[in-house]
Design a protein around this ligand. Structure first.
Ligand code: NAD
Length: 339
């Protein structure tokens, strides 16, 4: 199988590429990534020289480039991770979110329609469902929950999901969509909650927590997410949406305190800051469908996953210190020229 993985120099796409190379060595993987501030070729360093792997720099929203790529490479499967992914950035600058997340997905779908594909998989988020109240722990998002996005980020992801499903209905394109809860694990860009808190705690810098830290997220270890996507591509039914989540609900404050405890740092480092506008209160995924239909179960409990994650950031200081200092931008040119 020849697989085109977009956004593979980012957090989840990078972990997915490592997972695929390890678990499906007979498949051929092409990673397409624009290398925005969030893309980092150092994440792909361990697979760069593998015979069944190729990296191509490019933009999913560049129609002529994408058509040429499909014509030359003829992928069997496309997994679309490429996105602008940070809610705070979508609030300050929504335009690029519409361009990449909506237009880019549309261009990929057109290429699949024109050149043919066995499966197009869209990696989406539980944020398309909006949020749940804090005082109703019985409520969870199912695949039937109406779309009710809160931020420009989640609205752009919801728009992309609708396009993907419309291409199935209108053109019979064999698509699947997965909507996953918050991921954590190795290679996550240190602007997101868990790596930011680990990096700041290690540097004895204040840990900024929005509002009172009461917002609840449903945390999933990234490798459990990768395994779920792999199962959906191979066994999932075209035209279907699959929710992915680990029943690991935690308040942001609980997560931050766990990190401080694990690192032996004082809670005095916590600094409460003004809340994010429109901040979603609670996300909680009901993953019954993927469990019943595909037999997927999360295998990493939060207590174990957070230890693995902290260990990874301790062992790979260079990876995130380069990002923080901006050196990783020079790294690409030094290592790979203008490719
Ligand atoms: P990320 O920001 O770490 O990585 C995104 C990658 O996409 C980067 O490598 C970036 O260079 C690339 N990219 C951006 N614009 C591009 C373009 N126009 N063309 C080609 N490449 C481009 O994001 P992530 O956290 O790994 O998320 C991956 C996907 O999973 C996203 O679609 C996101 O919406 C979804 N998702 C993320 C989470 C989470 O907790 N991080 C949860 C559920 C779903």
């Amino acid at each position: 199988m020849k697989m085109l993985i977009t956004g593979g120099a980012g957090f989840i796409g990078g972990n997915f590429i490592h997972y695929m190379i390890e678990n499906h060595p007979k498949d051929y993987i092409i990673c397409l990534d624009k290398l925005t501030y969030a893309g980092n070729l150092e994440t792909l360093e361990p697979v760069m020289n593998k015979e069944n792997f190729k990296f191509i720099k490019g933009d999913i929203a560049d129609r002529s480039f994408i058509y040429k790529l499909f014509e030359e490479e003829k992928p069997d499967v496309v997994v679309n991770f490429a996105a602008e992914s940070h809610v705070d950035r979508s609030i300050s600058d929504p335009g690029v979110f519409l361009q990449t997340n909506i237009i880019g997905t549309g261009v990929l779908l057109d290429a699949c329609r024109i050149y043919g594909i066995e499966r197009f998989h869209q990696v989406s988020t539980d944020e398309v469902y909006g949020d749940l109240p804090l005082d109703r722990p019985d409520l969870m998002f199912t695949e039937e929950t109406p779309i009710h996005a809160s931020s420009p980020y989640s609205a752009s992801k919801a728009s992309a999901d609708l396009l993907v499903l419309a291409y199935h209905r209108t053109y019979g394109l064999p698509v699947t969509v997965s909507r996953c809860s918050n991921n954590y694990g190795p290679y996550q860009f240190p602007e997101k909650l868990i790596p930011l808190m680990i990096a700041n705690a290690l540097n004895d810098k204040p840990l900024p927590v929005y509002g009172k830290g009461e917002n609840v997220r449903d945390w999933l270890y990234v490798i459990d997410h990768c395994r779920a996507i792999d199962m959906i591509i191979r066994k999932g039914k075209a035209g279907e949406i699959y929710n992915i989540g680990g029943h690991n609900e935690k308040t942001n404050l609980e997560v931050v305190k766990t990190i401080l405890r694990e690192l032996g740092k004082s809670e005095d480092l916590i600094k409460f800051v003004a809340d994010r506008p429109g901040h979603d209160k609670r996300y909680a995924i009901d993953p019954s469908k993927i469990r019943k239909e595909l037999g997927w179960e999360p295998t990493t409990l939060f207590d174990e996953g957070i230890k693995l994650t902290i260990r990874w950031y301790l062992d790979n200081r260079k990876w995130w210190e380069n990002i923080i200092s901006g050196e990783y931008q020079d790294y690409y040119k030094k290592m790979y020229g203008n490719r």
